[in-house]
Design a protein around this ligand. Sequence first.
Ligand SMILES: C[S@@+](CC[C@H](N)C(=O)[O-])C[C@H]1O[C@@H](n2cnc3c(N)ncnc32)[C@H](O)[C@@H]1O
Length: 331
Amino acid sequence: MNAPVSPAETLRSALSALLDGLPPRQAAHAVDRLIANYRGATPTDAPILRDRADVAAYAAYRMPATFEAVRAALDAFAAAVPGFVPATHTDVGGGTGAATWAVSATWTGEREVTVLDWSEPALALGEDIAAANPALRGARWQRSRIGAALTLESTDLVTVSYVLNELTEPDRAALVDAAAAAARAVVIVEAGTPAGYARVIDARRRLTDAGFQVAAPCPHSAACPIAPGADWCHFSARVSRSSLHRQVKGGSLAYEDEKFSYVAATRLPAAPAPSRVIRRPQIRKGQVLLDLCEPDEQLRRTTVTKRHGDLYKAARDADWGDSWPPDTARP
Ligand SMILES: C[S@@+](CC[C@H](N)C(=O)[O-])C[C@H]1O[C@@H](n2cnc3c(N)ncnc32)[C@H](O)[C@@H]1O
């Protein structure tokens, strides 16, 4: 019997099918144009994803990475709120639906899914590729403009993935407030840059002001201990590179690391990580250095040595973004 195919694999083959028939040079050209647009002034007054070629290029080039980033954020959220399985999910600024795929990879089973975006071609293509994923076949793909007038129907989960960057400051606030009013859980993901982190921190503050508890990545819901401008909290997700990636960016690396910042918050009881590894661990001879965000609102470096026995073994396996210590190594 064949092993069941994961949503990640299904997405990968749906995306490569998308490029079948599109001459490689045309696909590469659409990606170049898109990158140039995204480097230009955002927010814009009208969608950047304007036609099928734009959207196919976006989906093939960026969706595997946004999918992996959202999935990593959802995994951390699910670990902090283990009883939660969303029965309803709204993906705002969902575009071609990367976050809906990530939700289906995190929680199996059926749910009501709604994707909202102002780009009709993005929604249309998202719906086409979602046909390959049984969990998304009943999804509603609806045109909606994020702005002061935005209200959302009550839902278990709202995701906002790589969208805040495209909005004006008032529209960002309106979106986060609408999500907080409608959802039991809100997961926001942005690029892992200083600016992306700053947008996440603003959103986090709005969510906690609205009565939400931060479930991940932070071990607490108090203010972030990072001094503004001094550093930024971000994580990394490994993404296999598609052939379109290799075509556009050159090189032969089979993967790249997507850097992202996120906040996952909820009105439900949550048990956040005891502390979180916030940089890639440094492995030295007989010791591992871990940079941790701690529940007492401090950032601290801890050194775990061979003398620590099982904890040392766990530290050698620890990864950037992990909860620390892992359940298996807790006394
Ligand atoms: C970078 S894409 C991210 C798409 C998807 N969430 C993902 O993670 O792959 C940003 C999306 O936000 C949408 N968007 C930007 N501004 C918007 C607005 N004012 N109203 C509705 N959608 C908007 C765009 O059309 C686009 O689909």
